[in-house]
Design a protein around this ligand. Structure first.
Ligand code: HQG
Length: 181
């Protein structure tokens, strides 16, 4: 159910016939609930939606202040604008990926691909988990991102409401292959 909601709120609201507000990426909660129920794959009501939002392991979703709207905090591929806090990064951040992408990444740098931003992990372990999503059954490759140096060179880092580091791109000179775990 959470994956389905994530698909709707980040990538394809049209699958249940709704639209997101471009400014803020908000969906109307009543429309979301009606849309999901009409779609037929899942049954949901306000109480269940509140539980999903409150218990999501990564805090992926937020309600607005009066609870009439809901959004995914990050990870969108559709054209939306979410205000994110600009923050100076730690010296290094990490990015977990699959070995088959490495040649291209070391040539072009990290690009957002289908999403609006490149996502970076604060630590090695998180990057391993993220990397496995693309590499399984192979082990992921973990890249060290020289984040403080990038910030010094004028690159802007942002952090989403649920604490995911985001940046438009990472040129290859700031990347270092840590190892294959
Ligand atoms: C790779 C999950 C070739 C990149 C996670 C990645 C994350 C390139 C893939 C969040 C490339 C994109 C995002 C280049 C980047 N050439 N491949 N130049 N530049 N790539 O899923 O970072 O559970 O869009 O390395 O926890 O894997 O959904 O990004 O392998 O935070 O909330 O292209 O998704 O969060 O894949 O994952 P993705 P990601 P949720």
């Amino acid at each position: 159910m959470s994956r389905f909601i994530s698909k709707i709120l980040r990538h394809q609201p049209s699958i249940i016939g709704i639209e997101l507000e471009r400014d803020g990426a908000w969906a109307n909660v009543d429309e979301l609930i009606v849309g999901i129920n009409q779609h037929g794959k899942f049954k949901i009501d306000r109480g269940l939606l509140e539980k999903i939002v409150a218990n999501d392991s990564k805090g992926r979703y937020s309600f607005n202040s009066d609870g009439t709207k809901i959004r995914a905090n990050q990870g969108h591929s559709i054209d939306v604008i979410i205000e994110m806090e600009k923050r100076l990064p730690p010296e290094f951040l990490c990015h977990g990926t699959a070995a088959r992408f490495i040649d291209s990444i070391m040539l072009q740098g990290l690009l957002p691909r289908s999403r609006n931003f490149v996502h970076l992990s604060p630590d090695y372990e998180t990057a391993v988990t993220v990397g496995y999503r693309h590499s399984r059954p192979e082990k992921p490759v973990i890249l060290k991102v020289h984040a403080a140096q990038m910030a010094e060179d004028g690159y802007e880092f942002m952090i989403s409401d649920n604490g995911v580091w985001q940046i438009r791109n990472v040129p290859p000179q700031y990347l270092e292959i840590m190892d294959e775990i």
